[in-house]
Design a protein around this ligand. Structure first.
Ligand code: 5GP
Ligand code: MN
Length: 339
């Protein structure tokens, strides 16, 4: 954001507005944390704010302050569309292209509201009046902190805002270990703890709520792990039957791909998860070093994301998707062996 943008946004937010805040479909910790963090900040400044998520999200994210106020577009479509059509401002957080909101794409692109994007993914679309896009940022939550700070309001960050923002920084940095974690990230996290974010409780709420079945599903995933040493790649599969066997619930597969990446000498990891209801294979790609899974996903799997973490999908069968993955690897062998 340049100075003019900051002045413009300050003017815009100087009087109470009707504001809708939207994250991407299948919202994760950063999506829910950033939207709720911004929500609390806007409420404090007398705005009429509402978080609308495209679809439901895992129960380990349902404890954050403000969670009870969230509306889900998939099940409360009419009420959500009315709010969107009536909004003065729509903040879009943790994504940068309307198609990432699934069925909300048309109502968002047709809405006359002024759009403000806050996001850290690559290649932003040009739909917002104000675009705050920075791929070097650890998380959208870190950007919401900067956003509030740039507006001169860091002092107004309270325990609710701090708690929500802490969640997204923690989850998007893999608990402060990914390369995107900077000294500034740590300074912000320190500030959030001082403002009242209870770090040990937050970590427990998000990560230490496993069910027995979820651990059995993890066991199944680890048994399915395959390694392709010549490409320094490893992948995991989960079929719909396997998900059903362990009573899969939203969020149960979160983070499993990282086990494949944790193997010694592996720089590319993938997980392929069958979703028979949507008729797709959901793909998560992770990498180490300079190998860009964002580019791989854009080129082959209809997705994108960041250099070291990207998502995608395929509309062929699970086996065909794995065959495709294996068949494209040799063309990346040189890059993978120098990553
Ligand atoms: P995940 O594998 O956890 O679903 O996603 C990894 C990262 O890639 C996240 O930052 C997520 O927002 C992004 N991502 C996931 N799916 C897609 C997609 O289909 N398109 C784009 N552009 N980004 C995605
Ligand atoms: Mn994010």
């Amino acid at each position: 954001m340049n100075k003019e943008d900051v002045t413009g946004i300050k003017q815009l937010l100087a009087t109470p507005k009707k504001i809708v805040i939207v994250p991407h479909k299948n919202p994760d910790g950063d999506a829910i944390g950033s939207t709720l963090g911004l929500y609390h900040y806007l409420l404090k400044n007398k705005h009429n704010a509402q978080v609308i998520v495209p679809n439901d999200y895992p129960s380990f994210l349902k404890w954050m302050p403000g969670n009870e106020s969230i509306l889900i577009h998939e099940t409360q479509t009419k009420a959500c569309n009315a709010l969107i059509n009536d909004a003065d401002i729509i903040f879009t957080l943790d994504f940068n292209a309307f198609h990432r909101t699934g069925n909300m794409e048309s109502v968002l692109s047709e809405s006359q509201a002024l759009k403000i994007m806050i996001d850290h993914h690559q290649a932003p679309d040009d739909y917002a009046k104000y675009t705050y896009s920075d791929v070097s940022m650890s998380s959208t939550c870190e950007m919401v902190y900067h956003f509030i700070d740039i507006l001169g309001d860091a002092d107004s960050i309270d325990a609710d805002i701090a708690t929500c923002l802490y969640v997204g920084i923690m989850t998007d940095t893999g608990s402060f270990r990914f390369r995107s974690t900077t000294s500034t990230t740590h300074r912000i996290v320190a500030n959030l703890i001082e403002k009242g974010a209870e770090n040990a409780i937050i970590h427990n709420n998000v990560y230490d709520t496993n069910s027995y079945e979820r651990l059995q599903l993890l066991g199944c995933a680890l048994r399915n792990l395959k390694v392709i040493p010549e490409s320094r790649a490893a992948y995991i599969t989960l079929s719909q039957d396997e998900l059903n066997r362990y009573n899969y619930k939203k969020g149960d597969t979160e983070g499993i791909v990282n086990y494949a990446l944790s193997l010694d000498n592996i720089v590319l990891a993938a997980i392929f998860i069958e979703d028979r209801q949507e008729g797709i294979i959901k793909i998560s790609l992770r990498s180490k070093g300079d190998f860009s899974v964002n580019e791989m996903s854009r080129a082959h799997f209809n997705g994108g994301g960041h250099t070291n973490a990207a998502g995608g999908r395929s509309e062929i069968s699970l086996n065909e998707t794995i065959e495709k993955f294996i068949s494209i690897l040799p063309s990346y062998n040189q890059a993978l062996n120098h990553a």
